[in-house]
Write a protein of this length. Structure first.
Length: 341
């Protein structure tokens, strides 16, 4: 959709789509400057519209074609039935991405990221199926599997001499299940792992969506000793009051602010201010999406506590993670930064 149409403007149509709770996939196209295009994307996201791409004119037809093809492939393969079958056939795998302290230079832990290994095909990323799992309710059995698998793997890492933490993503849909804290504690106890080694990641928008139930659940998780991280921070438009009330101990700044981080840009001022603000609230600040040495140095300079991203380590399957640990981390958990190699 072009933002500037003949009879009406695109923003009006977006408003109408949001009001009708449309689930169509939207590709925004505009000749206006990038700032307007970015604002339109944020407007769509805040209204829960599914923007798959934002293209600046003149657009490259080959690029547009590849986007349309990936939407087509996704729609063709993923249905409720196929996900249901994937659960029965045990086709999900967890990948683990390292998280490093910029203060001590040590390995802190890993984040568990789900993938779907469709038989005979390549891996499907979670962005392609988590929303379908949420809408169909299949997120409940999928999360049950993720929680068990991630906690079991964390216990195995501890047993092998790697006392690191495991971060687990929890869907907004599960923040209404008041049993969640007891369920997670039972799994931790089953694998003899202390809750302090587990960090529950909830997105900023999920945390403020059903404030009453999410506060209840997050508070009880904290009381039981779990860590709570607010994920994708900066994208959810929560207010400072809401943030200050959240019983979390970590804020994870969204990768959209980090990947292209340069000094003298609005993103730099935003990230620096978020870090200062988080520290004022006594929170640990994490940056995700660190892809370069330059970004890592900027983050150290502005006192970001820890970092995650392709520059430090890609998400890996459990066997590859153990190999990676042996190569990149010593027995005191000191991490060999790529620049030092
Ligand atoms: P997220 O929690 O924000 O996870 C970070 C995503 O950024 C991951 O994508 C990761 O592979 C990617 N990433 C990591 N480092 C970099 C980097 O340096 N640059 C860039 N451009 N990207 C980087 P992934 O694995 O595709 O996961 C996408 C989202 O799916 C996650 O976003 C999370 O919201 C959701 N998700 C993943 N696993 C689970 C799960 O087990 N349960 C639930 N409910 N959601 C999950
Ligand atoms: Ca996450
Ligand atoms: Ca994130």
């Amino acid at each position: 959709m072009d933002l500037n149409l003949d009879q009406s403007d695109g923003v009006e149509i977006l408003r109408w789509l949001a009001l009708s709770e449309s689930t169509v996939k939207i590709i925004l196209i505009s000749g206006f400057d990038l700032k307007i295009l970015n604002s339109a994307v944020l407007l769509c996201q805040s209204q829960k519209l599914d923007v798959v791409a934002a293209l600046h004119k003149p657009i490259d037809p080959a690029h547009l074609k590849s986007i349309l093809k990936s939407i087509h492939d996704e729609c063709k393969t993923i249905s409720r039935e196929s996900l249901d079958l994937a659960i029965k056939k045990n086709e999900f795998v967890l990948f683990y991405q390292p998280k490093i302290s910029l203060v001590t230079g040590k390995m802190i832990g890993v984040e568990a990221l789900i993938r779907w290994h469709v038989a005979g095909k390549s891996l499907v990323d979670p962005d392609a199926f988590i929303s379908i799992a949420e809408e169909s309710g299949l997120i409940v059995p999928i999360s049950f599997w993720v929680n068990h698998e991630a906690i079991k793997q964390c216990a195995a890492l501890h047993a092998n001499g790697w006392p690191i933490t495991m971060s687990i993503n929890i869907s907004a849909k599960l923040l209404t299940n008041l049993e969640l804290p007891d369920e997670l504690l039972a799994i931790a106890q089953q694998y003899h792992l202390k809750p302090e080694h587990i960090c529950i990641e909830v997105t900023e928008s999920a945390a403020v969506e059903n404030v009453t139930s999410s506060m209840d659940i997050l508070m009880r998780l904290r009381i039981k000793g779990f860590n709570i991280s607010i994920d994708d921070f900066g994208t959810g438009f929560s207010t400072l009051i809401e943030l200050q009330r959240m019983p979390c101990n970590e804020l994870k700044i969204d990768k959209s602010f980090i990947t292209q981080l340069h000094k003298d840009t609005p993103e730099f001022i935003i990230v620096k201010s978020i870090i200062n603000l988080g520290h004022e609230f006594g929170l640990t600040m994490v940056a995700e999406g660190v892809e370069t040495q330059v970004v890592l140095e900027i983050l150290k300079e502005i006192a970001c506590d820890s970092a995650q991203g392709f520059y430090l380590g890609y998400p890996m399957e459990k066997d590859d993670l153990e190999k990676w640990l042996r190569l990149n981390v010593d027995e005191s958990l000191n991490f060999k930064f790529p620049s030092a190699l």
